[in-house]
Design a protein around this ligand. Structure first.
Ligand SMILES: [Zn+2]
Length: 302
């Protein structure tokens, strides 16, 4: 969808409310107070009323937009701008494009949108031939007492480990990449890899990795694991797509997020993977995202 097409489809607040209302009703609404499904729309105040207990449900209730005072049209525009380019957009840049005086609400909105992208990624379970390896992203962290793990002698900088898995189609003249998942690792324990393998990989997966013994714990969850020892300089030849994904992500983060915090690393990885996996259907990415916003209960209180 081009920018003029987007603004023709969503010219104002009313068009966005109508769209979000339709999406939420199509997916089935439930009253938060009594679980009734009998909800009626009150056009005078743009909310639903439960026909059983009279409780009201707003258009934002339970969604990423729930505690925001920004217009829904602003959220739609921000989602469109974030999904319509393969590059990342900084919050500062977004603030200028949206014409906001304050940076904080824009940063908060973008983090929430990344949260929705993370939800979309959760449904991506990789299958077939897969490359798997760890990447290390330089990030800042809050110094905690006794917290020396991962410190590499540069004050509060550390190398945050990220498990990178990508589908690959080998055998053809040139291998091609399929879908991608990236997960910030809390540690390098076997149990962590085992849990992630169950979440990220289909049982039919054939996994290519280097000979890191930690990767052995994924073996019960996949069809085959083919570790291959290679010299560090040749690692990018053995697992080309993993290394391309890592270097592209690092380059993108370096250019946009000058102070990459370990706390937010996963949300930036979620955005990168969402864009990577939607690269062949970028024109529909914004609708995929809007559908997630309408259907996923991102706030437990919602
Ligand atoms: Zn009710």
């Amino acid at each position: 969808m081009t920018t003029p097409e987007f603004f023709k489809r969503f010219p104002d607040e009313a068009s966005c409310i109508h769209h979000m209302r339709t999406l939420r009703e199509e997916n089935g609404l439930t009253c938060r107070a009594c679980d009734s499904k009998r909800m009626s729309w009150l056009s005078t105040c743009n909310r639903w009323e439960c026909m059983d207990c009279r409780a009201k449900t707003t258009i934002r209730s339970g969604t990423i937009m729930m505690h925001s005072k920004l217009p829904i049209h602003t959220w739609y525009t921000c989602m469109f701008l974030m999904t319509s380019t393969p590059k990342a957009v900084s919050a500062k840049d977004m603030q200028q494009r949206l014409g906001f005086k304050r940076y904080e609400p824009v940063w908060y909105m973008m983090q929430k949108i990344r949260q929705a992208m993370g939800k979309a990624n959760e449904s991506v379970v990789l299958s077939g031939e897969i490359e798997l390896d760890n990447g290390y992203f330089t990030s800042h962290k809050e110094a905690k007492e006794g917290d020396h793990l991962f410190n590499c002698g540069r004050g509060n900088m550390r190398k945050a480990p990220v498990l990178v898995t990508v589908e690959t189609r080998k055998g053809a003249k040139r291998s091609a990449a399929g879908r991608l998942r990236m997960t910030h690792l809390p540690n390098h324990e076997g149990a962590t890899y085992s849990k992630l393998a169950q979440r990220l990989l289909n049982r039919n997966a054939v996994v290519h990795s280097d000979a890191d013994p930690a990767f052995k714990s994924i073996e019960p969850h996949v069809q085959a694991h083919l570790p291959e020892k290679s010299a560090p300089k040749k690692a990018s030849q053995a697992l080309p797509w993993v290394h391309i994904a890592i270097s592209n992500a690092k380059r993108m983060f370096l250019g946009i997020y000058h102070h990459l915090s370990a706390v937010w690393l996963q949300s930036y990885l979620d955005e990168f993977c969402f864009k990577f996996n939607g690269r062949r259907s970028r024109e529909t990415s914004v609708f995929q995202l809007l559908n997630i916003v309408a259907t996923c209960r991102l706030h437990p209180s919602g």
